[in-house]
Write a protein that binds this ligand. Structure first.
Ligand SMILES: Cc1cc2nc3c(=O)[nH]c(=O)nc-3n(C[C@H](O)[C@H](O)[C@H](O)COP(=O)(O)O)c2cc1C
Length: 337
């Protein structure tokens, strides 16, 4: 059935197709059609990671439900966790269109969305409105485009404070290639400073709200080994609660033949798998289980997901393969892992 839906959706430009799908999903959930089609969300082998109970190991990566307005609908499809965002303190339109491109032969995507979102308050309100999802909701937070890097911590703090009462975990996005300068925050010194400020605030918020909300950093796949080694030390010293490896890549390896390969933005899907898993494995070798890792990047089969787990991931996420393969993949992954 998804193949039929996909063949219709892929006639539209990718962003229009995205909006149609999200509206369709929300409608199907509201009219209770989705729960009828997917009667038992996958709660096959619950796992505890970062002190949170996840119904299964498979999650939806950030970027698909930027605002958190389809959590219940996406939850029906079997995700054990849904990461909403990236959300910034203030609403912003993102980059001009077109900014999303399908590379169909490679089952991949290039995007330069640029954190289009309606702001943290709206994300929080949407999460409060969601009623049926029993998995974990992650809040992926970022800085506004017009906030200079010197003040980036202020933006993350605004989002952390707003999301804290309702988030399962908070993911600090340092790795989008589509906000100029953002990846500089992954420099070891910059990351250490930011982690220190955010951990400090997290401790205060935990006392205030009497609940623990793990703090997770999301990194790029385009880090060299020395950089990974330095960041691992920063994360261990700073008491980071979790790591997401990885975001999209600037590399075009594997898609050089596609006419769209020169579009600016981050590449996702199978061409990203090998490098993303290498980065994950190198982080895992340093972190030695002390900081759990969520593996994301290029997973398009059960075998790919198992490879992430073997490389050291406790949980995995998908985005691009969900667009190409639909809900059947979520169920297969939830069952297999
Ligand atoms: C269209 C699109 C938008 C994305 N937006 C975000 C985002 O806002 N924040 C973020 O941290 N990652 C974002 N990502 C990256 C994904 O969360 C994920 O890390 C990446 O796509 C690799 O996984 P995949 O190969 O399964 O897609 C986006 C990816 C795509 C394809």
């Amino acid at each position: 059935m998804y193949q039929l839906a996909r063949s219709i959706l892929f006639r539209f430009d990718p962003e229009t197709a995205h909006h149609i799908s999200m509206s369709g999903l929300r409608l199907a959930e509201k009219t209770r059609l989705l729960p009828l089609l997917f009667p038992e969300p996958e709660c096959i082998s619950p796992v505890e990671v970062m002190g949170l109970r996840f119904p299964n190991r498979i999650g939806l990566a950030a970027g698909l439900d930027k605002e958190g307005d389809a959590i219940d609908a996406l939850g029906c499809l079997g995700f054990g966790h849904i990461e909403i965002g990236t959300i910034t303190p203030r609403p912003q339109p993102g980059n001009p269109r077109p900014r999303l491109f399908r590379l169909i032969p490679q089952q991949s995507i290039i995007n330069r969305m640029g954190f289009n979102n309606s702001g943290i308050e709206s994300g929080v309100a949407n999460v409060l409105r969601s009623k049926h999802f029993h998995g974990v909701i992650g809040f992926n937070i970022g800085k506004n485009k017009d906030t200079p890097n010197e003040n980036a911590a202020d933006d993350y703090l605004i989002c952390l404070r707003a999301a804290f009462p309702v988030a399962g975990y908070i993911a600090v996005n340092l790795s989008s290639p589509n906000t100029p300068g953002l990846r500089e925050l992954q420099g070891a010194e910059a990351a250490a400073r930011l982690l220190d400020v955010l951990k400090h605030e997290q401790t205060k918020l935990e006392a205030e709200h009497e609940r623990k909300v793990p703090l997770v950093f999301k990194v790029a796949p385009d880090l060299d080994d020395a950089h990974i080694d330095a960041l691992s030390r920063v994360f261990l010293d700073g008491g980071l609660d979790g790591l997401i490896a990885t975001n999209t890549t600037l590399s075009r390896s594997g898609v050089e033949d596609h006419p769209r390969h020169g579009e600016a933005g981050g590449l996702s899907g199978p061409p990203l798998l090998a490098r993303s898993t290498e980065v994950l494995a190198r982080f895992a070798s340093h972190l030695g289980g002390r900081i759990p890792i969520i593996g994301v990047g290029g997973i398009s089969s059960v075998e790919d997901a198992k490879e992430k787990i073997r490389a050291g991931a406790s949980l995995v996420q998908i985005y691009t393969s969900f667009i190409y393969q639909g809900p059947a993949l979520v169920a297969a992954l939830a069952r297999a892992l």
